[in-house]
Design a protein around this ligand. Structure first.
Ligand code: BTN
Length: 242
């Protein structure tokens, strides 16, 4: 089991922004969490609703020693598997993964991941791996979100201890992190694929007005699809819209 350090802030614009701004002062495996974010950010410049103090907002700071074989593109997939395992084993919640790293329960988003990096002189100085989990969000707040969403509270009709959720996710993440960075996607391939709820279904890729059949996830974690004419392709970036 790896060691990690947790830094807790009362309020911050965004734990990812904070991590990147002060990246020099943080060691590898520092976890920054805040009770509240005033400018929580999501993928594709979206906002991440963060006014509630009873939710989980966290950023894992990673400073890889050896960048050469570091599985950077699969890091968010590794975190998504760790979060799924915590939901399943500790909270009796059955999630699925929407490629590449959204976590859903019955089609409703419960958790999102945003990885950003700080680059200096063409070299990655550090990674801010951000995670938001809808822990105690109530339905009236969820109704303000512009996509289908849910929370642990809504699913189980009770409040959860946010610090306990945080600690379980960090323990799960760091337990196998060193092995994951040695072995890459192959190490999580089975765990990832078995949770991909969209495989075999018709999907749309964000920013492409086209439907595909989602066929498989390859050995690098990329999404293999087939269009209506039977042409196969690999999706490298984007978002699956079911
Ligand atoms: C997504 O769009 O699904 C990604 C959402 C990521 C939100 C988290 S909350 C903690 C961290 N700080 C941020 O500003 N964003 C991430």
């Amino acid at each position: 089991m790896s060691n990690y350090t947790i830094v807790t802030l009362k309020e911050v614009d965004s734990t990812n922004a904070y991590a990147l701004e002060f990246i020099d002062s943080f060691d590898d495996k520092t976890v920054i969490t805040a009770h509240k974010q005033t400018k929580g950010r999501g993928r594709y410049n979206r906002r991440w609703l963060s006014d509630e103090t009873s939710n989980l907002y966290m950023t894992i700071v990673l400073k890889p020693q050896n960048l050469q074989n570091y599985p950077f593109p699969n890091l968010t997939q590794y975190l998504s598997v760790a979060v799924c395992k915590v939901f399943e084993n500790a909270f009796d919640i059955t999630p699925s993964i929407k490629w590449p790293n959204d976590i859903l329960v019955d089609g409703y988003k419960i958790s999102g991941i945003l990885a950003e990096s700080s680059v200096k002189n063409n070299k990655i100085e550090g990674i801010a791996l951000g995670l938001g989990v809808n822990v105690n969000l109530k339905q009236e707040t969820i109704d303000l979100i512009d996509q289908k969403a849910t929370s642990m509270y809504v699913l189980k009709n009770k409040n959860f201890d946010v610090d306990d959720v945080l600690k379980r996710i960090c323990d799960e993440f760091f337990e196998n992190y060193d092995e994951f960075i040695q072995k890459g996607f192959e190490y999580i391939q089975n765990d990832y694929i078995k949770r991909c709820g969209f495989l075999g279904k018709t999907i749309t890729i964000r920013e492409e007005n086209k439907q595909y059949l989602a066929q498989a996830i390859d050995s690098e974690g990329l999404l293999l699809v087939k269009d209506n004419s039977g042409k196969e392709s690999k999706i490298i970036t984007g978002d699956v819209l079911c």
